[in-house]
Design a protein around this ligand. Structure first.
Ligand code: SF4
Ligand SMILES: [Zn+2]
Length: 333
C-alpha cells in the first residue's frame, strides 16, 4: 500500500497508525492541518449571527462569481435550514434557481410549503421528479420493492446491500466480516430486503440529471457541519466552498451555523417555514424513511407519531410496509 499523499510505500515502520492510508510524516501533517481547521470552525461558530450572515453572503457571491448566476442552484428541501439559506441567497439574487427533488415520500406540509414559496413568495423553485436515465418514473414503494428498504442507517443499509450483491464468494465473505466487525447488532437482518439505493434513485440521481440537463455547474446546499460526525469531518477536510476539487462542485455557505443560529434567523427575519415544525417535528425528511428510526424514543418513533399527525399517510404505510417493519423489529403501533 502507498501513502495517499506522497505515494511512498507504507511499511510497518513508516505508517501513521491512526489512519493507515498515510505514511507517518504525511499522517502527522494531516492531523496538524485538521486540528487547525477545527480551530477555524470553532471561531466561525463563535461569531454572532450578523457576522455569520456576512460570511455566508460572501461565500454565495464567491460561488456566483466563479460559475455565473445562470449556472448555480439551491438544492432546496423545503426544510428549515434550506429555507434560511434560500431567504439569504434571495436577498442578493432574488431569482436564483431552486431545485426541489420530490422523493414521492414527502410530508404534505413540505409540498404545501414548496407551493407557497413558488406561488406566493416569488421563489424560483423547480420540482424534480424521480425519473431515471431510461425515462422510467420511480416512487418510494417501487424502490423498496425493487431494491429494499432504507432502514437503520445509510451505512448499515449500504453494508447489507453490498453483502447481498457480492459477485464472488470471497467478496461475500469480506462483506459479511465487515458487517460483523462494524455493525454486529444488525447482522441478523442481513438477508432481509434492505438497501441504501433509495436516495440515489429518488433524490441524488434525478437532481444530478436535471442539473446536467440545465447546464448547471454548482449546487448550494443548506447543510450544517454540526448535523453529523461525517458532515463535520467533511467540513474539516474541504470547508464551505468546494470548487473543481471533487466530482461535483458544491457550496455549503451555512455549514458553520448551529441549529440555534437557524432559529434566531427565522425569528429575527420573520421567515415562514413549513407547518410541520409547529406540529412538533424537528426535521422535514422523508415520511417513511427508516434511517435513524432505531435511535428514536420507544413508543414515540416517527411511525408512531405519524399515526397521530398524519392518519391517512400512516394507513398507507401500514398497508404497504408493516410486514417489513415486523421483520426489522421496528414498532409501528
Ligand atoms: S431520505 Fe430515506 S426515504 Fe428519502 S430518499 Fe433518502 S433513503 Fe429514500
Ligand atoms: Zn506520505
Amino acid at each position: 500500500m502507498f501513502c495517499k499523499v506522497c505515494y511512498e510505500e507504507i511499511t510497518p515502520d513508516n505508517v501513521y497508525h491512526p489512519n493507515q492510508r498515510y505514511c507517518n510524516s504525511c499522517g502527522l501533517n494531516h492531523a496538524k492541518y485538521l486540528s487547525e481547521r477545527r480551530q477555524t470552525l470553532n471561531s466561525l461558530r463563535e461569531m454572532n449571527l450578523e457576522s455569520k450572515i456576512i460570511q455566508t453572503k460572501y461565500l454565495i457571491r464567491q460561488e456566483v462569481s466563479e460559475f455565473g448566476l445562470e449556472k448555480v442552484y439551491i438544492s432546496y428541501s423545503g426544510g428549515k435550514d434550506s429555507t434560511v439559506l434560500s431567504h439569504l441567497a434571495k436577498s442578493i439574487y432574488p431569482n436564483i434557481l431552486h431545485l426541489f427533488a420530490n422523493t414521492t415520500n414527502e410530508y404534505p406540509e413540505t409540498i404545501k410549503h414548496i407551493k407557497w414559496e413558488r406561488e406566493k413568495n416569488g421563489t424560483n423553485v423547480m420540482t424534480v421528479i424521480p425519473v431515471d436515465a431510461h425515462g422510467e418514473i420511480w416512487n418510494f414503494k417501487k424502490v423498496v420493492e425493487r431494491y429494499g428498504y432504507p432502514i437503520f442507517s445509510k451505512r448499515v443499509s449500504n453494508a447489507i446491500r453490498t453483502y447481498q450483491h457480492a459477485l464472488s464468494a470471497r467478496t461475500k465473505k469480506n462483506s459479511e466480516d465487515y458487517i460483523e466487525r462494524n455493525f454486529k447488532k444488525y447482522s441478523k437482518y442481513k438477508e432481509l430486503p434492505i438497501s441504501d439505493k433509495c436516495c440515489d434513485k429518488l433524490k441524488k440521481e434525478p437532481l444530478r440529471r436535471k442539473a446536467k440537463e440545465l447546464g448547471l455547474k454548482c449546487a448550494i446546499l443548506g447543510i450544517l457541519a454540526s448535523e453529523s460526525y461525517q458532515r463535520e469531518k467533511d467540513w474539516l477536510e474541504y470547508g464551505c466552498n468546494i470548487f473543481h476539487e471533487r466530482k461535483d462542485n458544491q457550496s455549503r455557505p451555512i455549514s458553520f451555523w448551529t441549529a440555534e443560529d437557524i432559529q434566531e434567523y427565522i425569528e429575527k427575519y420573520n421567515v415562514k417555514i413549513s407547518d410541520l415544525y409547529s406540529m412538533g417535528y424537528k426535521r422535514n425528511g422523508c415520511m417513511y424513511c427508516g434511517f435513524g428510526v432505531h435511535l428514536e424514543p420507544k413508543g414515540r418513533n416517527r411511525y408512531q407519531r405519524l399515526k397521530e399527525t398524519h392518519p391517512i399517510q400512516y394507513e398507507y404505510f401500514i398497508k404497504n410496509f408493516e410486514l417489513f417493519m415486523v421483520d426489522f423489529e421496528v414498532m409501528v403501533k
